[in-house]
Ligand binder design. Structure first.
Ligand code: NAD
Length: 272
């Protein structure tokens, strides 16, 4: 089975990440684009997936019928919206295939549905599929563990392009979770996601978030560890969306022969 190219479906094929995935799959060994799916009503239905991604025709026509596309496929690469990803995880479970979820902004209820689908599907989900950010997560956890919360404050700063619809970014939350793990605390109980007006002094042990939006920025993240008289900044800059797409294809290939379950990018990269 693993000797043949893995048959992948790209959902959200016409999106920023969808088009990047189509280009990356064509350049990566071990995988082949089997089908491409867009939302019903999209102007891209019926178009050739290679053409819309700037590759020229590749003979894969964009469809709005995900189940038909999934039946004979081996994996789904999904950077769409939380509601769409929930639907796709149910279909991936029915088809018993791999579902790589890059979509961010999911609610706790959505997460519960992904975990339920992972009883039959092999799900890899991460707020950031790049090697660099997952390494940054591991470094953040280590730094948070080493530095006493009484003397060191943790702030996470992110900037993205003006079209992004959720905040803080999935990556900022991933980094916040890593810091919370290092401190052995629950992120939700300690995070400060916005500040406005007379906020009072900073609570000891808080993990703060700050969000910037504008232009075409693909993704900038900094974890600032601020102590008395010194500061450590760990940061990552994404300059090309192909880092996320290559990570997603790597995750699908990794999950191909795994048991059904809910996995993270740290599992794929051996960082956990
Ligand atoms: P985008 O708006 O450019 O693309 C999303 C696409 O999904 C659109 O083409 C839309 O029509 C399509 N879509 C929506 N509902 C659908 C449905 N039901 N069926 C089929 N297609 C559907 O957005 P983007 O910049 O590509 O980002 C998409 C998601 O991926 C966002 O949540 C973003 O935060 C996330 N993202 C994650 C990572 C990561 O590494 N995890 C990296 C980049 C972006």
């Amino acid at each position: 089975m693993s000797g043949t190219n893995m048959k992948l479906v790209v959902v959200g094929a016409a999106g920023r990440m969808g088009q990047t995935l189509i280009r990356v799959i064509s350049a990566m060994p071990g995988a082949v684009l089997f089908a491409a799916v867009e939302r019903p009503g999209s102007a891209f239905i019926g178009r050739d997936a290679g053409e819309i991604a700037g590759l020229g025709p590749i003979g894969v026509t964009i469809t709005d019928k995900p189940l038909e596309a999934f039946v004979d496929a081996e994996g789904v690469l999904d950077f769409t919206s939380p509601a769409a990803s929930v639907e796709f995880s149910g279909l991936a479970a029915q088809a018993r295939i791999v579902h790589v979820i890059g979509t961010t902004g999911s609610s706790a209820q959505d997460e519960a549905k992904f975990k339920a689908a992972a009883r039959h599907a092999r799900i890899v989900k991460s707020g950031n599929m790049s090697l660099g950010v997952n390494l940054l997560g591991a470094l953040t956890e280590q730094a948070a563990r080493a530095l006493d919360p009484a003397g060191w404050d943790i702030e996470i700063l992110e900037m993205h392009h003006k079209h992004k619809v959720d905040a803080p970014s999935g990556t900022a939350l991933l980094l916040g979770e890593a810091a919370a793990r290092g401190r052995d605390i629950d992120l939700a109980a300690h995070s400060v996601r916005v500040r406005d007006g007379h906020t009072g002094a900073r609570a000891a042990g808080a993990i703060g978030f700050a969000t910037l939006r504008g232009g075409s920025v693909i993704g900038e993240h900094s974890v600032i560890l601020a102590g008395e008289g010194e500061q450590v900044t760990l940061s990552h800059s994404a300059t090309d969306r192909s880092i996320f797409a290559r990570g997603a294809v790597t995750a699908a290939l990794w999950a191909r022969d795994r048991k059904p379950g809910f996995y993270s990018m740290s599992d794929v990269l051996g960082l956990s």
